[in-house]
Design a protein around this ligand. Structure first.
Ligand SMILES: O=C(O)CCC(=O)c1ccccc1C(=O)O
Length: 348
């Protein structure tokens, strides 16, 4: 078996505001396996500034993985516990190689185009007029669940949410907010109470990760359900996962396979969560369509009825062309073709 990798820069159509600054480009890595006339593709969606594997030796690690591909998936997954996005790329590539078509990882009604996956419409940070415009567009496009990134100007964001609620009730539009750790522990509870008055569904990561006691206290007392996101990053060990869930007891956890060790790492979190009655959903983390496709197909097979966070495919000008499309608030696998030209030109 031959393995190779290449880096690729995804260009945003318009700069996207996050709590980690405004993103213009997103770096990613593709992994290709070849055996006889078969190929397998995977994406190692390293997220600079967010991933636990944002390390200077990342590329040399990928090179090492390619040179040791004969060790097989299980051994390589174990050997790369410190590199969750490489674990995920390997899972995808081995599965892709084993399948009849390299992009059909999990045959299902989703891949057949018969069923879509409900997703949240994502509203990026920006000034209030821009956020308001995005909300109107999402509602117009048929989303019934909207996720807003907040934490820039809380008073104005509250006004905006209240305005949406004056036109749309909780049963019309589910509103989720993502604070990406913007609140300080001493102000967080007040903010949660004010947000809860607007009948929101949940808030992601109200305070920064790594403050387990403060987060546990918020989760116990909050009137608004709390979802952990960044909190899960960098926790690879199963006992440590269980300890976090038991200590914090959040209402939900959010699984980003590129950041938490792929299908296997995410499955460990889901099993731990379900034991404790904790809910969960899956989101992409700005992967190209190669990674998004893998996440979406896997997610469909989990049969979780909640809206997932898989609406990130259309953000880039130079994405790998794929059959994935968002319509009426769902992600669909259409009969459009994959275009492998970019992948082939990368000399993987
Ligand atoms: O949740 C979604 O709808 C998409 C995922 C998303 O917003 C995201 C994407 C990349 C990095 C961080 C985040 C985030 O949830 O903050």
């Amino acid at each position: 078996m031959k393995a190779s990798y290449a880096s690729y820069l995804l260009d945003f159509k318009r700069p996207s505001g996050t709590s980690r600054g405004v993103l213009h480009q997103k770096e990613t890595f593709f992994l290709k396996l070849e055996e006889g006339d078969k190929v397998g593709y995977g994406e190692c969606g390293l997220f600079r500034g967010l991933s636990a594997d944002d390390r200077t030796d990342y590329e040399s690690r990928l090179q090492w993985v390619c040179e040791h591909i004969h060790l097989g998936l299980e051994a390589l997954w174990e050997a790369n516990r410190a590199y969750p996005s490489i674990q995920f790329g390997l899972e995808q590539a081995f599965l892709s190689l084993a399948r009849e078509s390299p992009f059909v990882l999990f045959p299902s009604a989703f891949v057949n185009g018969e069923a879509g996956i409900p997703i949240n419409g994502l509203v990026w940070m920006g000034d209030i007029a821009f956020m308001e415009k995005q909300i109107a567009e999402k509602i117009e496009a048929g989303f019934s669940c909207i996720k807003l990134k907040i934490g820039v100007d809380f008073e104005k964001e509250l006004d905006l949410l209240a305005k949406v609620r004056r036109s749309f009730s909780k049963s019309d539009i589910e509103l989720r907010v993502d604070a990406n750790g913007a609140f300080t522990p001493d102000l967080a509870m007040d903010n949660l109470k004010r947000l809860a008055e607007l009948d929101l569904h949940s808030i992601e990561q109200p305070i920064k990760q790594g403050q387990w006691d403060a987060m546990a206290h918020l989760c116990a007392e909050t009137p608004l359900p709390i979802a952990l996101d960044e909190e899960l990053i960098g926790i690879g060990d199963v006992t440590e996962k269980q300890k976090l869930l038991q200590t914090i007891q959040p209402h939900y956890i959010i699984l980003k396979p590129s950041l938490i060790g792929g299908f296997k790492g995410s499955t460990e979190w889901i099993q731990g969560a379900e034991k404790l009655g904790i809910g969960w959903w899956v989101t992409s983390a700005l992967e190209s369509n190669v990674g998004l496709n893998a996440i979406a197909q896997w997610t469909f097979g989990l049969h979780n009825p909640m809206p997932q966070g898989l609406g990130t495919g259309a953000l880039f000008t130079n994405n790998i062309q794929a059959p994935l499309a968002v319509e009426k608030g769902k992600l669909w696998y259409t009969d459009l073709m994959w275009n492998r030209k970019i992948l082939d030109n990368l000399c993987l």
